[in-house]
Unconditional design. Structure first.
Length: 270
C-alpha cells in the first residue's frame, strides 16, 4: 500500500504578525500559532515535508509609509489606501524622484487593473534581519522537532524583498517584475504541491490576505480544480486582519466551492 505524502504549508508565521508586540499583529494569531505548533508536534512523524513562507521586506517599500508623501511632505499613516485618483489629485505622491517616481505611479495603476486590491500602506513589517521577520517561538520550536527526524529539513520560502511590488502570495507578486524571477510564478513550489504530495494542510496568517492570495494563486496555477480536493485549510490556525473579515469569508467560500476542504487541526491525523 502506497504511503500517503502529507505536506504542511505554513504562511508567514512571523513575529510581526503573530506576537502582540509585532508591528502588524493579527488579533488571535498568537493563539493560532500555539494551536498549529501543537498540531506539528503531534503529527510531525507523519509529515512528508513542511513549507514555511517568510514575508521579507526592506524599510523602503512601496507599501510602507516612507515611500509616499502628501503635499506637505508628510508620510501616510498606516492603513491609508492610495488610489490612482488620489495620485492624480495630488493627495499622495512618491517620495523618491527619478525612475522610481514614475514606476510607483504605474504600479498603483497596474494594481487597480488587477481588480483585487488598491494599495494599502502597512506599518513597516517583517524587515529583513529584524526580530519581526523571525518565525515565532512556538512554531520555531515545533519545526526544530520536525528537523530532528533524520533527513528532514523545513523548506523556507521568502517573498517580498522586491520593494516595487506587494507580495501577499508566496507564489507570485501582485504585479510581477519581468526582470525579477522572485516576483514571478514560483513554478517549483507549485510542482511540488501539485505532483509530489497527496494531501496539503494549510495554516498561517493572515487568512484575509497572505493565506487567501497564496492559495488562490496555487489553485489557479494547478489548472484543474481536481487538485483542490487534496488541500485542507486548518481553520483554527489562522485569523483575518480586522476589518477584512468578509474578504477571508469570501475566499473560504470560493475555495470550498471549488473542492478545498476545511477542518480543525485537532480533528486530523488522530
Amino acid at each position: 500500500m502506497a504511503i500517503t505524502k502529507i505536506d504542511l504549508l505554513i504562511i508567514d508565521p512571523q513575529n510581526d504578525f503573530t506576537e502582540p508586540k509585532g508591528s502588524l499583529f493579527v488579533p488571535n494569531a498568537d493563539k493560532d500559532m500555539a494551536t498549529l505548533a501543537k498540531f506539528i508536534k503531534r503529527v510531525h512523524p507523519k509529515l512528508n515535508d513542511i513549507h514555511v513562507t517568510l514575508d521579507s521586506h526592506h524599510l523602503s517599500d512601496v507599501a510602507h509609509p516612507l515611500w509616499w508623501k502628501d503635499k506637505n511632505g508628510n508620510p501616510p499613516a498606516p492603513f491609508t489606501l492610495i488610489s490612482s485618483k488620489d495620485i492624480d489629485a495630488g493627495v499622495w505622491t512618491p517620495a523618491i524622484p527619478g525612475k522610481t517616481y514614475h514606476r510607483s505611479i504605474q504600479y498603483v495603476k497596474d494594481l487597480e487593473k488587477n481588480g483585487k486590491f488598491v494599495l494599502v500602506i502597512w506599518p513597516a513589517h517583517c524587515l529583513i534581519g529584524s526580530w519581526g521577520n523571525n518565525v515565532c517561538n512556538s512554531i520555531s520550536e515545533a519545526l526544530s522537532e520536525f528537523e530532528k527526524i533524520p533527513g528532514q529539513m523545513v523548506d523556507y520560502v521568502t517573498k517580498g524583498s522586491n520593494p516595487y511590488t506587494e507580495h501577499y502570495s508566496v507564489f507570485r507578486a501582485e504585479v510581477p517584475d519581468p526582470k525579477d524571477p522572485s516576483t514571478q510564478l514560483n513554478t517549483n513550489l507549485v510542482d511540488i504541491l501539485q505532483n509530489k504530495t497527496d494531501m496539503i494542510y494549510i495554516g498561517g496568517e493572515a487568512l484575509s490576505h497572505c493565506v487567501a492570495s497564496s492559495i488562490r494563486d496555487l489553485a489557479n496555477a494547478f489548472g484543474d480544480d481536481k487538485y483542490l480536493g487534496k488541500m485542507t485549510l486548518l481553520t483554527d490556525c489562522m485569523s483575518n486582519v480586522p476589518g477584512f473579515e468578509k474578504q477571508g469569508e469570501d475566499f473560504v467560500q470560493e475555495m470550498t466551492s471549488r473542492g478545498m476542504k476545511t477542518a480543525l487541526s485537532t480533528e486530523l491525523l488522530k
